[in-house]
Design a binder for this molecule. Structure first.
Ligand SMILES: Nc1ncnc2c1ncn2[C@@H]1O[C@H](COP(=O)(O)OP(=O)(O)OP(=O)(O)O)[C@@H](O)[C@H]1O
Ligand SMILES: [Mg+2]
Length: 269
């Protein structure tokens, strides 16, 4: 999807502390519709806390969040999901004892509250349409992420790399406008990383999906490769923002990653 000038998601002067730990200090950012906007930073920099504030799991002590021009700071996570903000988690959050397909359905059910509508003959038109729509989305997701062969498998029995893919499938089941991805590449092998990076690009670029992505990732090769813009956090502070090329040259970023500098220069393609 081409990046537009429209600001889809705006974070304004967010401050969040846990006791004495200042996790986010006056963070602002604007994500444009169509962007892959990445957030990088060393461990404990505040990246996950920031995603938690954006999707409503955390309520920062100060600051506001806007989605498509409307303030959403007070909305609950399921409400934010309903209006189009979906996410994946750093620690996989799936129902390990149930099938891939059920996880995709349950994810949608829990977040949307709209209910898993049973196949009753008394279903009204709207309910039937909802089921058809759901089936359609499920098929599209399964095709996109190439998980047809595991759709009926129990999630807990799958290798980690496939579980990460199911996690993405679950988030996509909400048919989101913006997807927040917390370390989707962590723990994956090289081939799985390449697959996942391609899926993220597909979600962003393909006509059908056109999803704005906010990506938290440590894999600098992929971040620099697929992001339109990158923001760097360190100890709760924003230390840089710009294009991948600008970020790689930024002295603050290089200093924050001292010892890992060469990682910043790895590019995959
Ligand atoms: N619920 C919480 N209660 C107390 N402190 C928290 C909580 N969540 C996060 N923190 C603290 O906030 C800071 C930022 O944490 P965060 O999880 O956002 O880091 P991160 O950038 O995601 O790191 P990583 O790359 O390791 O995932 C850390 O000091 C962390 O200990
Ligand atoms: Mg984190």
């Amino acid at each position: 999807m081409a990046v537009t000038d429209e600001v889809q998601l705006q974070v304004k002067n967010i401050y969040m502390a846990f006791g004495g730990v200042q996790a986010l200090m006056d963070i602002s950012l604007e994500v444009k519709k169509g962007e892959i906007f990445s957030i990088i930073g060393p461990n404990g920099a505040g990246k996950t806390v920031l995603l938690n504030c954006i999707n409503g799991l955390y309520h920062p002590q100060r600051g506001q969040i806007y989605f498509e021009g409307k303030e959403i700071s007070k909305l609950k996570p399921h409400h934010r999901a309903e209006i189009g903000i979906s996410r994946t988690f750093q620690k996989i959050e799936l129902f390990k004892g149930t099938s891939v397909l059920d996880n995709i359905r349950l994810g949608r059910h829990i977040h949307l509250k709209s209910g898993l509508i049973s196949g009753s003959i008394y279903l009204g038109k709207t309910a039937r349409e909802e089921i058809e729509h759901r089936d359609f989305i499920e098929k599209e997701i399964i095709d996109l992420l190439e998980i047809e062969h595991i759709r009926d498998k129990v999630v807990g029995m799958l290798p980690y790399g496939l579980q990460k893919r199911v996690e993405l499938a679950r988030a996509l089941a909400l048919n989101p406008k913006v997807i927040l991805l917390d370390e989707p590449l962590a723990g994956l092998n090289l081939e799985e990383v390449e697959d996942m990076a391609r899926f993220i690009l597909d979600i962003n670029e393909e006509e059908r999906w056109q999803t704005t992505c906010v990506l938290v990732e440590h894999d600098m090769g992929v971040v620099m490769d697929i992001s339109h813009r990158v923001m760097a956090l360190n100890f709760g502070e924003k230390i840089a923002e710009g294009t991948p090329t600008e970020i790689q040259k930024n002295p603050n970023v290089i200093k924050a990653y001292l010892g890992e500098v060469e990682d910043l220069y790895v590019t995959r393609r």
